[in-house]
Design a protein around this ligand. Structure first.
Ligand code: AMP
Ligand code: GLY
Length: 421
């Protein structure tokens, strides 16, 4: 079977690493991929923002199945592009991906379907944002409506920070048209958790819960990033809370989407705040999270090829999915300066030593290969040292043991991933 994966991050490396372990005979392709992925799959260039060229690539490779990692092609209609060529793809429709593509859609959808989330107001001008703001205290959360590469959320602690956020999003348009509308939200307090699930549009299976760390510095300080680390461990969400999340959030979401003629077929990500009053939805993503995927893939004991086929063929309900009782930790190494400006092309050393530690696998994100074969940095998030072990403490020790072996100029990483778990 020939399988194509779209994307170039640690998430896609983890997916391909897992597909590689399939019992089935698979030939793996990735576009555009990265230097780590190129070791285990054939990488080809593609414009991930262009659904049509992705489907043309899949056709020319005679791919039996394609998996889409990032959100941009989903929102732009990659599922529809594949359908027009009669090709198999694991991807929600553009309409279903609106859960991620428009915060306004997601909030109004939750309201219509009585799904617990933060109180909110939708504003289509800076003036209306300023007047709606009075209905919220401080801090207040400001979110750009459209896609903003994980950077479209600002938590304003006072009026000056609020004005800065509104000016940046709505006036200066730092996220382009994504800032034409904003959502204001009450600020929720509690522990965050990421719950992802496989949905075939009729039935679903929960993925082992994970947690990610979005802020760049230890202690959850500094600006938001794409994610600086993650972990997954049995009992991360207790049984009672999990069943409440299924009943009050997951099922009403999937049923609501089906009722609104946007059945969700793919991987749904529900970002949650576990508040004193119960779980609340912070956001939806229409795809796997990064770096949560790295942490959950190393705990998945079932065959990912089978799961992908089951999603496409609408038989996920009858497909057993086993999760290891082990725990996992992923620590991300980023370029100096990230999430702001950073330099590229730094030589990465210690990768072989790091991956020789038991239970450790290094998933590449922003890496490239020099002419002489050295691995070089080529992005903000460079790689994630991911470890599995029988306890969370042991997984953490292994991941940081691996981190200690790896180095490149300017490398930075958080020291507190999975520490307060
Ligand atoms: P999002 O991109 O929507 O996941 O938001 C990024 C981060 O902002 C989340 O992971 C939370 O840490 C924080 N956040 C978003 N919405 C809220 C909220 N209503 N209350 C508190 N924190 C929030
Ligand atoms: N780690 C959060 C995300 O992928 O959006």
């Amino acid at each position: 079977m020939r399988i194509l994966v779209i994307g170039s991050g640690g998430r896609e490396h983890a997916i391909i690493w897992k597909l590689r372990q399939s019992e089935r005979s698979v030939e793996l392709f990735c576009a555009p991929g990265n230097a780590g992925i190129a070791v285990i799959a054939k990488c080809l260039p593609v414009d991930v923002n262009d659904p049509s060229s992705i489907s043309v690539l899949a056709e020319s490779l005679r791919a039996d199945m394609t998996f889409i990692g990032p959100e941009a092609p989903l929102v732009r209609g990659v599922r529809e592009a594949f359908a027009s060529r009669n090709l198999r793809v694991v991807a929600p429709s553009a309409n279903a991906a609106m859960l991620e593509g428009s915060k306004v859609f997601a909030k109004e959808f939750m309201k219509r379907n009585r799904i617990p989330t933060a109180r909110f107001a939708v504003c289509d001008s800076a003036e209306s944002a300023r007047s709606s703001r009075r209905g919220f205290g401080f801090p207040v959360v400001v979110k750009a409506d459209g896609l903003a590469a994980g950077k479209g959320v600002s938590i304003a602690g006072d009026a000056a920070e609020f004005d800065d956020a509104i000016n940046a999003m709505m006036v200066e348009r730092v996220f382009g048209d994504s800032g034409a509308r904003v959502v204001l939200e009450e600020c929720l307090i509690g522990e965050e958790a990421s719950l992802m699930l496989f949905s075939d549009g009729r039935d679903y299976k929960i993925i082992a819960p994970a947690r990610d760390y979005k802020r760049v510095n230890d202690g959850d300080l500094g600006p938001n990033t794409g994610g600086m680390g993650s972990f997954s461990t049995p009992g991360l969400i207790d049984e009672e809370t999990l069943s409440r999340i299924k009943n009050d959030i997951v099922e009403p979401t999937l049923l609501g989407m089906t009722r609104e003629e946007k059945p969700f077929q793919g991987v749904l990500y529900v970002g949650l705040m576990l508040t004193a009053a119960g779980p609340r939805v912070i956001e939806y993503n229409a795809r796997f999270g990064d770096p949560e995927t790295q942490a959950v893939m190393v705990r998945l004991d079932s065959d990912l090829v089978e799961i992908m086929e089951a999603i496409i063929e609408k038989r996920i309900g009858a497909t057993p999915i086993e999760w290891s009782g082990d725990s996992s930790v992923c620590v991300v190494a980023a370029s100096g300066g990230y999430p702001g400006e950073f330099e590229k092309g730094k030589v990465i050393t210690g990768l072989d030593d790091a991956s020789s530690i038991e239970g450790v696998v290094i998933f590449h994100a922003g890496t490239s290969r020099s002419g002489s074969g050295e691995f070089l940095t080529s992005g903000g998030r460079v790689l994630g040292a991911t470890a599995r072990a029988t306890t969370l403490e042991a997984a953490r020790a292994r991941a940081y043991g691996a981190m200690n072996k790896i180095s490149f100029e300017g490398m930075r990483y958080r020291k507190d991933i999975a520490r307060s778990a």
